[in-house]
Design a protein around this ligand. Structure first.
Ligand code: GAL
Length: 673
């Protein structure tokens, strides 16, 4: 593997042979050292069932090898060819209304289809046998963004697979009926044949059934991945196998459970063009990728050099933005920066999507910036393998994401992902790195943090509650957002007064949830403003044994006079509860207080708003400070060492121009002089 990977998806089958040589020449020019090859090449290498033609791929791999470009070889399972759909019509995807969809895009298959699994096994085995020991092939890329379009198939095969999965989870029908609460609306099942994938129905669907369906669907996709991975591992020992995640932007795969299944966590991230502060969403996705990777380095497999083509308004990146984005991912633990895609397509759906080599070729601004990026990564290669460790962590959980956003909750305005991103963004704004770690992390992992954030933890398992309780009792600080701790894994209420499983730890009871009308606010007696939500809270558990402090009260609204912010010492730690939803300046104030209370300070105090400063550390004691100036003014950061991009010494103070970046190999503690 290269030190810092630099390259992109490479689709030579879209081009004539003479272009391939030109590609390799230009890759060398830009310093490209890794390409993800053949992600959508199934119909190229197997033009008809069992008729294989590897001549093109042989040639391309040889050319890349000659040019010193390593290959992350893909299995083409993301896009079965037309012959597959014709031969196996039952393998085509069925939507939630029961309509079998046709061929003509990608991921048009059912993940549970036996025919799909059989044919992906054949092509993966052929590829791995042919190239498994090839010196150019350094990594394997299974499929592409699994589940992106086809996570929830509703065909009869899927229904059967779902029933098998449910039998394993619940044992018998009694277990299933209990877990799904089927006494409600007369849904009691008397035979397995009656159990279906929740899809369309005139009214709302059973929430426990939906949760199981989402878990099942994520597991089915994981089974597709494992299936191909194991075939490859047997034939290509020692080479990492991965598949590219969409951490933070995709809901239907439980990447926290998938993390241990890949040899290297890889992630795709695209900026939300409509968000002027999209770089904070980038930070969230990167921090979550690192969390899924257990804190180890990961790899940015895809981002864009400039505009995408699939958002409503696809704005171009400004000069310098691609470099800043790339270094922002690397600052947060990525060992490289790769793109979709190497050469911009001249036909097909994505021809208006930017690439490393644009339609206009070498004279374009984007190409020039790609060449500069390659050079920059060459200069900072020494950071590869080092890690990032925040002192604050936000706990992230896909089951909560699904459960809270299922509908039928007190307010549509309380979402899971939006809450998590908003809290993370406010911590980002305070110059603090916020790890995003799976909520199932061990007590050992949690104990590394001074502060934990739990913005919207509606579904609480006994394991998480135990881990959080131990964490706080051992001295940790915890902030919990509203509507948390209420239901178990089956979306069934925890017994006793709200907030159920968290009642004891928080030392309070909630009498009633009092969601607000759209666009209305509540004011607190400390000047903060809440939106969306209020609760009627009592500051002690029903036994009255716990003393919980009321830090602020609602000054108006449906809970006027009642506690809005509470805190409680437990063991040597502290837990805070917010009985309303904050945003903007109020959320900032809440989190600033929590950071302060936990003794967490900015990585670079005084660096200013919009200036991102992140430190990577190596085991041998070296450290690097990444400075990313997202503002239109120059920024100053106190640090000392060598700035690697310009190879200049920094003694005490570093100025980074508007939109600029710097990577400083630090020399001992910062010198304020
Ligand atoms: C990704 C996908 C790529 C390409 C890209 C465009 O989600 O993996 O194949 O479609 O989006 O932004």
């Amino acid at each position: 593997m290269p030190r810092l990977a630099f390259g992109g998806d490479y689709n030579p089958d879209q081009w004539d042979r003479d272009v391939w040589r030109e590609d390799v020449r230009l890759m060398r020019r830009a310093g490209v050292n890794l390409v993800s090859l053949g992600i959508f090449s199934w119909s190229w290498i197997e033009p008809d069932q069992d008729r294989f033609d590897f001549s093109g791929l042989d040639e391309v791999i040889a050319l890349l090898h000659e040019g010193g470009v390593s290959v992350d070889l893909a299995t083409p399972s993301a896009s079965p060819p037309p012959w597959f759909s014709e031969a196996y019509p039952d393998a085509l995807f069925v939507d939630h209304l029961g309509r079998r969809l046709g061929h003509g895009s990608r991921q048009g298959f059912c993940p549970s289809s036996p025919a799909y699994r059989r044919r992906t096994a054949v092509v993966a085995a052929r590829l791995a046998r042919r190239y498994g020991e090839h010196p150019a092939v350094v990594m394997w890329h299974v499929g592409n963004e699994l589940g992106g379009y086809n996570a929830h198939c509703h065909c009869p095969t899927t229904a059967e697979a779902f029933r098998t999965w449910l039998r394993a989870r619940h044992g018998d029908l009694d277990g299933l009926n209990r877990a799904w609460g089927t006494a409600f609306w007369s849904q009691r099942y008397s035979a397995w044949s009656q159990v279906r994938v929740p899809g369309s129905a005139p009214g709302r669907l059973n929430p426990a059934q939906q949760l199981d369906h989402y878990r099942f669907a994520s597991d089915e996709l994981l089974a597709c991945y494992r299936w191909e991975r194991d075939i490859i591992r047997r034939r290509s020992p020692g080479r990492p196998v991965t598949t590219n995640f969409m951490a933070g932007t995709f809901k239907w795969v439980d990447y926290c459970r998938w993390g241990p299944e890949v040899d290297l966590v890889t992630n795709d991230h695209y900026l939300t063009a409509a968000d002027p502060e999209a770089h904070t969403g980038l930070a969230f996705s990167a921090d979550l990728s690192r969390g899924i990777a257990g804190g180890r380095p990961w790899l940015l497999m895809e981002h864009s050099t400039s505009a995408v083509q699939w958002q409503p308004r696809n704005t171009a990146k400004r000069p310098g933005e691609m470099l800043r984005n790339s270094l922002a991912h690397i600052a947060r633990g990525s060992d490289g920066a790769c793109f979709f895609q190497w050469r911009q397509s001249d036909s097909g759906v994505e021809k208006w999507h930017s690439a490393m080599l644009p339609h206009g070729g070498e004279s374009t601004r984007i190409w020039q910036e790609v060449v500069q990026l390659g050079a920059a990564l060459g200069r900072i290669g020494e950071v590869a393998g080092s890690t990032v460790a925040g002192e604050v962590a936000l706990l992230w959980d896909y089951e909560n994401y699904w459960a809270l956003e299922m509908g039928g909750r007190p307010s549509v305005d309380l979402g899971y992902a939006a809450e998590a991103e908003a809290w993370h963004r406010e911590v980002w704004r305070q110059g603090v790195v916020c790890d995003v770690v799976p909520a199932t992390a061990s007590t050992d992992v949690l104990s590394r943090y001074r502060l934990l954030l739990l913005p919207a933890h509606y579904l609480a398992t006994p394991e998480t509650v135990r881990a959080l309780t131990a964490y706080v009792h051992a001295g940790g600080h915890l902030v919990v957002g509203p509507f948390s701790g209420l239901v178990d894994r089956d979306d069934r209420l925890h017994p006793g007064p709200y907030p159920g499983a968290l009642r004891e730890l928080l030392g309070l009871t909630v009498d009633e949830f009092l969601p607000l009308r759209e666009n209305t606010t509540v004011t607190l007696d400390n000047g903060l403003t809440g939106r969306v939500w209020a609760e009627a809270v009592h500051p002690a558990d029903p036994v009255g044994a716990v003393r919980t402090a009321v830090d602020a009260r609602f000054a108006d609204g449906p809970a006027a006079g009642g506690p809005a912010l509470l805190s409680r010492r437990a063991g040597t730690g502290l837990v805070r509860y917010a009985a309303t939803r904050f945003e903007g300046a109020s959320l900032r104030a809440l989190l600033a207080g929590a950071l302060d209370g936990a003794g967490v300070g900015s990585t670079a105090p005084g660096a200013g708003d919009g200036v991102e400063v992140v430190r990577r550390r190596a085991q041998d004691g070296r450290s690097w400070l990444f400075v990313l100036n997202h503002t239109e003014d120059a920024a100053e950061v106190v640090c000392g060492g060598v700035e690697l991009l310009s190879d200049t010494a920094v003694a005490g103070r570093l100025t980074v121009g508007p939109g600029g970046v710097a990577v400083v190999r630090e020399s001992g503690p910062p010198d304020a002089g």
